[in-house]
Ligand binder design. Structure first.
Ligand code: NAD
Ligand code: GLY
Length: 359
């Protein structure tokens, strides 16, 4: 199955393949000329999939070489980005050498930012291998790293030339990573696809068992929603901000806890729940939403309570949100399942969202 992100001359395909990475080389060769290609990955994903990616690219006429970055959100830093750039330059890459990001969202965000910045930009290919990166981070062109002051505060919008998701790679993921990805899956369902949300509610066993049909439906459904939103508003001047549902509270938890202490998608899930409760109590939205959301998260064995966090740290983290502008924040308000609106809310209301967290 191939979807398209409709961005005019910069439109690009999202391949959702049932197998592993066998088809990667041919998909890249259909868009980019043969030559050297830099595969960026980490030791965990590299041990599992680097050979398959190299073989597929070589068979399609490329001369791939690999560059390793460390594994984990704690390494999503300027230092890692800088070391990666230096390794790429030392390998004598040129402006036409594609960077192929093989891994989860952390690898995709760091390698994507390197592709945006090395020699002022080279072609980028995203090869997501986690559920979260397949359903969200590999699509849409947000790249970057964290600052001690806040999440993803350093980066660039930089669209890939293609995305290649081999669903079979999900089978080696820790189940906790699947649950984290489900946070972003539920988000897309809540925003624009009630059938996708219903699938999460009705088929939790199949989802947790990674039933191929259901996983394909989740990845394709999410990519469809994301591609549609990004095509309307590539740089988050307006509607793209709906994709931040759950992130205002979620990012604050991540930042206050310290990066890597809790998974991104888990924080987004907990954040969506607090934001949905706030939307009911402060904006009169559909009261079924937080009830169904919590039940769905429980069925999928996702955490619904925030860990104990120092209150002041949480507030400081919330105030560092890069989306705050002149004391207000464009916020996604879930009116009901499948219907969302944006509203600029004063920063004080973020504290009122935080107050809806369950500990
Ligand atoms: P991750 O990249 O840290 O991957 C999770 C873990 O799984 C890592 O240890 C990784 O090495 C391992 N792994 C990856 N693929 C595997 C596989 N197939 N088998 C076994 N292990 C595998 O985490 P993530 O959840 O993929 O991504 C989270 C990041 O994505 C966060 O930094 C978040 O900010 C970012 N994000 C970005 C966007 C965007 O639009 N750019 C959107 C959402 C999230
Ligand atoms: N994850 C939010 C976005 O891509 O806009």
């Amino acid at each position: 199955m191939v979807l398209t992100v409709e961005l005019g001359e910069r439109a690009y395909p999202i391949h959702v393949a049932d197998g592993g990475l066998e088809g990667l080389g041919a998909a890249v060769a259909a868009l980019l000329p043969p030559g050297r290609a830099a595969l960026v990955t980490n030791p965990v994903v590299g041990a599992l999939y680097l050979d398959a990616a190299m073989d597929s690219l070589t068979a399609a006429g490329f001369e791939p070489f690999s560059v390793m970055i460390p594994d984990g959100e704690a390494y999503k830093t300027v230092d890692t980005w800088h070391a990666l750039i230096e390794s790429l330059l030392a390998a004598r890459m040129t402006r036409s050498t594609p960077i192929i990001a093989l891994g989860g969202g952390v690898t995709g965000d760091i390698a994507g930012f390197a592709a945006a910045s090395v020699m002022r930009g080279c072609p980028l290919v995203q090869v997501p291998t986690t559920l979260l990166s397949m359903v969200d981070s590999s699509v849409g062109g947000k790249t970057g790293v964290n600052s001690p002051r806040g999440k993803n505060l350093i980066g660039a919008f930089y669209q890939p030339r293609l995305v290649y998701a081999g669903l079979q790679t999900l089978t080696t993921l820790d189940i906790a990573e699947i649950r984290s990805g489900l946070g972003e899956v539920i988000k897309h369902g809540l925003l624009q696809d009630p059938a996708l949300f219903a699938l999460c509610e009705e088929r939790p066993e199949d989802i947790l068992a990674l039933s191929p049909d259901v996983m394909r439906a989740l990845v394709v459904g999410c990519c469809r929603v994301k591609a549609d939103v990004v095509a309307q508003d590539e740089r988050e001047g307006g509607i793209r901000a709906i994709l931040n549902l759950g992130h205002t509270v979620g990012h604050a938890i991540e930042n206050a806890l310290g990066y890597g202490e809790m998974r991104h998608g888990e924080c987004v899930g907990i954040g969506m729940l607090a934001e949905a409760r706030w939307a009911v109590e402060e904006r009169g939205c559909d009261s079924e939403v937080p009830v169904r959301l919590r039940a769905c998260m429980e069925r999928l064995q996702m955490p619904t309570r925030a860990p104990t966090i120092d209150h002041d740290q949480l507030i400081t983290a919330a105030r560092a949100d890069k989306k705050l502008s002149r004391g207000t924040l464009s916020t996604a308000i879930l009116e009901t399942i499948g219907r969302v609106r944006l509203e600029r809310i004063p920063s004080g209301e973020i504290l009122s969202m935080m107050a809806r967290l369950e500990f």
